[in-house]
Design a protein around this ligand. Structure first.
Ligand SMILES: Nc1ncnc2c1ncn2[C@@H]1O[C@H](COP(=O)(O)OP(=O)(O)OP(=O)(O)O)[C@@H](O)[C@H]1O
Length: 256
């Protein structure tokens, strides 16, 4: 459902994404990890057609990202700062998005999803008075309203308290069971460990490790607790892990 080949994005002298090769299968949850500034959002923006690659190519749901009109109905995107209109209530916002997408008869679905993420009681209040977490939930619901086949989530549990985060994680798990392919970027490693079939770690625009959570943890050095966090720290550490233990991390290192 997602294929990238040598996908690259430069901003002036900064190479934000550097020759990325990815493959995500239907129904898979792909956990996309990386330190701040690694290039995760830039990758998502190219995959969701919001930005054009400098080089390389990508396809989503069988369409090149150059075919924006073909891809748009197939994808949902929750960016890290979801676009919502403060003057609307959550219900009005979702009805507005449904109209923009040309969806009919969605009021039951809107009700179900609002209930599902714990927003039903506040659905008719103006978004202006919502907390960050409530806005995040509206953003998530509007990204899945049209039942996309591929869902891109940038920090979906951002600003959510533990109960709200649990509701969102469970919703993502259910979407995946129903066949939705989920591309999930987050810094919350337990969420990745719970949800992801495959984890890719991006560092300075390059994929430095990829595998199931269990496979990645099996590659940890003996110096720690063998957690996903340890592996993340090791593969994104410029101080030596990659060059010393590249084989164990399962990545090829260009000594140049
Ligand atoms: N519009 C832009 N103009 C110039 N540089 C940019 C732009 N967008 C991103 N960058 C740069 O590209 C690099 C990758 O940024 P990006 O936002 O993709 O990282 P990220 O992995 O999503 O980080 P974070 O975890 O902090 O959200 C950074 O060096 C960033 O400064």
């Amino acid at each position: 459902m997602i294929v990238t080949e040598s996908l690259t994005k430069r901003y002036g002298d900064v190479v934000a994404v550097d020759g990325l090769d990815l493959r995500v299968e239907k129904g898979e949850v792909y956990g996309f990890l990386g330190p701040n500034g690694a290039g995760k959002t830039t990758t998502m923006e190219m995959l969701t057609t919001l930005s054009t690659p400098t080089a390389g190519r990508a396809s989503v749901a069988g369409h090149s990202t150059a075919e924006r009109d073909a891809i748009k109905p197939q994808i949902g995107y929750l960016p890290d700062d979801p676009p919502v209109y403060d003057a609307f209530s959550a219900r009005e916002q979702l009805e507005y998005v449904a109209t923009l997408r040309g969806l009919d008869d969605v009021s039951d679905r809107i009700d179900r999803l609002l209930e599902r993420v714990g927003l039903a009681a506040d659905a008719d209040r103006q978004i202006d008075g919502y907390s960050q977490g409530m806005c995040q939930k509206v953003g998530l619901v509007q990204s899945v309203l049209h039942e996309p086949s591929v869902l891109f989530l940038d920090e979906p549990t951002n600003g959510l308290d533990p109960r709200a985060a649990r509701e969102v994680v469970d919703l993502i798990a259910d979407l995946s069971v129903d066949g939705t392919t989920v591309f999930l970027s987050t810094h919350i490693l337990p969420v990745v460990e719970e949800l992801a079939d495959t984890v890719g770690v991006l560092h300075e625009g390059t994929l430095v490790a990829e595998g199931s959570p269990a496979e990645l943890k099996a590659r940890a050095t003996d110096d720690g607790d063998g957690s996903l966090e340890q592996v993340f720290l090791e593969v994104t550490d410029d101080g030596g892990y990659l060059t010393d233990d590249a084989t164990r991390a399962g990545v090829e290192v260009d000594d140049g």
